[in-house]
Design a protein around this ligand. Structure first.
Ligand code: NAP
Ligand code: ZN
Length: 358
């Protein structure tokens, strides 16, 4: 197509295939669009769920990646906020209807027409295009999006650390704000100290809260304390779970595998809130009695809108909040994905080095 160009990408041709190099098409920038060269892309556990077709809805070939960071190479004539050479990024949201009340209020993730997710999402609003009709993610050479979905990365913020802000930090920042932990003075628990959890600890601490890390991996304790946790609980240690009962106002649950949340509810104080953030597909079996007795709330959260993403980026820059990352090349993607499936047993966000993989 005349308005498209080709770029490289790393993706999977089927659920069981390995990652390989491929060519994909992106749209040339229209008047409101920005094209940027990708330098780095964070690897989220959601990429694993998609690439391994955990939900049974993945379109193949699939190119994962929704923590994009790079440098602007072209701008449309209506673009005023960005110029060539700017450090920019994109998170989960690449398009939305731009006219419903959710979009108008900056909650594009809840667009009434359905947001277009950066990876493997049907193209329906027309501001982003590919040759297949569904989106290809950030494990690729470049991307073009409408300027509305672009996040400015402050100059002093290392580009290789910026991608994880757009999904892992945002997914923690948004519920911390929604449930009023951004004013500080609360006790906040974070379950699962992987990519999301490590940002949850740092953000909750920087907001002025007392933070408890809740993990299945005792070896993560030193790092959890180093990045700001005041307390570390091993969730399989019954004595610890009993002694820490009724201590937490808010829990951010990032567990990436099937589990039962009833195990964690005793940790909540009266009126406590647990926010379900991990994509566990098996149903929870919950007795409503503890909910009734302690007036508990089971909530959910999904990323955040575009204004909140920029707010989260600026908060991380101001408070020097950085993800602990391990940079990997495209040749290591199969190994990284297998490690995440087994369990991310280190306090690490893997980041794909795109320049270094070419
Ligand atoms: P990750 O780096 O793989 O970390 C997940 C952590 O969950 C692991 O490090 C582990 O922590 C814990 N865990 C794994 N299996 C467990 C089990 N069977 N029982 C208890 N704990 C277990 O993953 P991530 O990138 O942080 O993502 C976490 C989840 O959030 C994924 O399901 C992802 O798809 C989802 N997600 C959701 C949103 C959203 O908007 N809601 C956004 C991004 C990601 P410990 O070793 O400390 O126990
Ligand atoms: Zn993600």
């Amino acid at each position: 197509m005349a308005d498209m160009y080709e770029t490289i990408a790393w993706g999977k041709k089927s659920k069981d295939s390995k990652f390989g190099l491929m060519q994909i098409e992106r749209n040339l920038p229209g008047v409101d669009d920005v094209t940027f060269d990708l330098k780095f892309c964070g690897i989220c556990h959601s990429d694993v769920h998609i690439a391994n077709d955990d939900m049974g809805i993945t379109n193949f070939p699939v190119v994962p990646g929704h923590e994009l960071a790079g440098v602007v190479t072209a701008v449309g004539s209506n673009v005023t906020k960005f110029k060539l050479g700017d450090k920019v990024g994109v998170g989960c949201i690449s398009d939305s209807c731009m006219k419903c009340s959710s979009c108008n209020q900056g909650f594009e993730q809840a667009c009434h027409g359905g947001m277009t997710i950066t990876t493997d999402s049907k193209i329906k609003h027309g501001h982003i295009k590919t040759n297949s009709g569904y989106t290809y993610g950030g494990f690729s050479g470049s991307q073009t999006v409408n300027q509305r979905y672009l996040i400015r990365i402050p100059n002093e913020y290392p580009l290789e650390l910026a991608g994880p802000v757009f999904c892992s930090a945002l997914t923690m920042y948004s519920p911390l704000c929604q449930w009023k932990a951004n004013g500080g003075g609360m006790t906040v628990g974070v379950i699962g100290i992987g990519g999301l959890g490590q940002m949850g600890i740092q953000l909750a601490k920087a907001m002025g809260n007392q933070v408890t890390a809740i993990s299945t991996t005792p070896a993560k304790k030193p790092v959890a304390l180093e990045i700001g946790a005041d307390m570390f609980i091993v969730s399989s240690d019954d004595a610890q779970m009993v002694s820490e009962a009724n201590t937490l106002d808010l829990i951010l649950n990032t567990v990436s595998a099937n589990h039962q949340i009833e195990h964690y509810l005793p940790l909540l104080r009266r009126n406590g809130v647990i926010v379900q953030l991990g994509l566990a597909f098996e149903k929870h079996n919950i007795s409503q009695i503890p909910l009734i007795m302690k007036r508990l709330i089971i909530a959910g959260g999904g990323i955040g809108g575009i204004p909140e993403t920029q707010e989260c980026m600026d908060f991380c820059a101001k408070n020097k909040i950085f993800s602990k990352i391990k940079m990997v090349k495209a040749s290591e993607l199969d190994e990284v994905f297998a490690t995440l499936v087994k369990k991310n047993d280190q306090v690490i966000r893997y980041v794909l080095d795109i320049e270094g993989s070419k």
